[in-house]
Design a protein around this ligand. Structure first.
Ligand code: NAD
Length: 397
């Protein structure tokens, strides 16, 4: 028996993330494989409905990839009962109103992060989706990366003993846009348009840390706008109002301390664009998007500090690569499969709008920490925020 294709509306289909990661590498790949795999070994076909604002670009993308259905009118797509899933890869600022429409249309919803521009709005969105009974999920792609899957395996195997500390280093140089075009959209550098590296990356760090190491109890952050003027897509200079670097320390409930540098103003001298260095009592690991290398306790060299003599030890050679052992799959695609199976009642997907809101909580607490120049407790920040929301509701009555 041929299965009815599962219809997915892809909003922001021509954007950077919407096109490359979600459309081409995930959804079109799944479509071309005959659909997404189900637990019984069969595949459920999918059908796509593309939505974007630029009609010309949209038509080109749809024709290039053989997608019959596309529109610049979101309402038209949402009104189609053959497409019960809505996916959102719009710029962050437009996300909440679009998702509210999808909730009203009764769609199952999957979205890029962050789910909203503020924690209060992200909580409201989670409340609304739950009240409407629509299935919802948010992209947690980093957890599905080969390197982080290896790290999870190391943790689950007990390799580290007690994890003491984690140092995260994320970033690369984003060109200013004058003598070479910037490789990220200009809105990323304008706070008024939802930009900033804290809002962009801390939601990721939140789920990475909480799913691998433990619950974050407090955050201390210093943010900077190192490059004050950039040049946009039209060649016009603009003032960068958003943070392009953030230096953070996260305390975890269960003991480990996590330091994380996030920057679009660093030149890479690492194996990968993000690296986590984990030190435990029984071993250490350095993990990137793809690779992971380890140094167990019983193969640890014994350096001695002597600035008068060149150090003969080649420290890099003291590490062992962790083998892949599984086929490498795109992380976005792996999570798509999990979400789609959850929608059709064939498995679990744990990262919902509530989890998206937790990511925004960390981002806002970090911004608050920078503004106040002190460490901020996440629990206190969430309680204060809930009290503010309750007061706002009373005022509105
Ligand atoms: N998971 C990740 O690793 C990751 C990485 C980067 C960005 N993101 C998130 O993905 C989202 C999209 O980011 P991006 O870098 O692809 O941005 P982008 O600017 O390349 O794309 C955004 C999309 O929104 C559309 N859009 C912009 N203004 C619009 C308007 N006024 N009306 C209708 N549509 C409009 C654009 O046409 C485009 O399709 C953001 O929320 C961002 O936070 C996630």
């Amino acid at each position: 028996m041929t299965q009815q294709p599962l219809g997915i509306i892809v909003n922001g289909a021509t954007g950077r993330m919407g096109y490359r990661q979600h459309l081409v590498r995930s959804l079109l790949a799944l479509r071309d494989e005959g659909g997404f795999p189900l637990s019984d070994g069969s595949r459920r076909p999918i059908e796509l409905y593309l939505v974007a604002r630029n009609a010309e670009k949209l038509r080109e993308v749809a024709e290039q990839h053989g997608v019959a259905k596309y529109t610049t009118d979101l309402d038209e797509a949402l009104a189609d009962p053959d497409f019960p899933i809505y996916f959102d890869a719009l710029v962050t600022q437009l996300r909440v109103p679009a998702i509210r429409k999808a909730i009203a249309a009764g769609k199952a919803i999957y979205t890029e992060k962050p789910t909203a521009e503020s924690y209060a709005e992200a909580v409201a969105l989670a409340d609304e989706a739950e009240a409407a009974g629509v299935k919802n999920g948010v992209v947690h792609d980093k957890l599905y990366l080969p390197g982080l899957l290896k790290l999870k395996r190391l943790i689950d195997s007990g390799f580290f003993g007690e994890i003491l500390s984690v140092r995260g280093e994320f970033g690369y140089w984003v060109f200013e846009g004058d003598w070479q075009p910037a490789q990220r959209p200009s809105w990323n550098y304008r706070a008024e348009d939802g930009g900033g590296i804290i809002v962009d990356m801390f939601p990721h760090w939140n789920y990475v840390i909480e799913n691998l190491f433990g619950k974050i109890s407090s955050v201390y952050t210093e943010k900077r706008t190192h490059i004050p003027t950039r040049v946009d897509e039209r060649g016009e200079p603009y003032t960068a109002t958003a943070d392009d670097a953030a230096y953070a320390i996260f305390d975890l409930d269960n003991g480990p301390i996590v330091q994380f540098n996030s920057s679009w103003t660093v030149r890479v001298n690492r194996d990968e664009l993000v690296e986590l260095h984990v030190d435990g009592t029984h071993g250490s690991a350095v993990v990137g998007l793809f690779g992971a290398k380890v140094q167990p306790r019983n193969a640890t060299p014994k350096p001695t500090w002597n600035p008068d003599l060149p150090d003969a030890n080649d420290y890099q050679s003291n590490w062992v690569e962790v083998p892949q052992n599984d086929a490498i799959e795109n992380g976005f695609k792996l999570q798509w499969v999990e979400f789609l199976r959850y929608v059709v009642g064939d498995g679990e997907h744990h990262y919902d709008f509530r989890s998206g809101a937790a990511g925004m909580l960390l981002a806002e607490a970090a911004l608050e920490s920078d503004a106040q120049g002190r460490r901020v407790s996440l629990q206190e920040f969430a309680l204060g925020n809930a009290a503010d929301r309750a007061a706002a509701q009373v005022d509105a009555r």
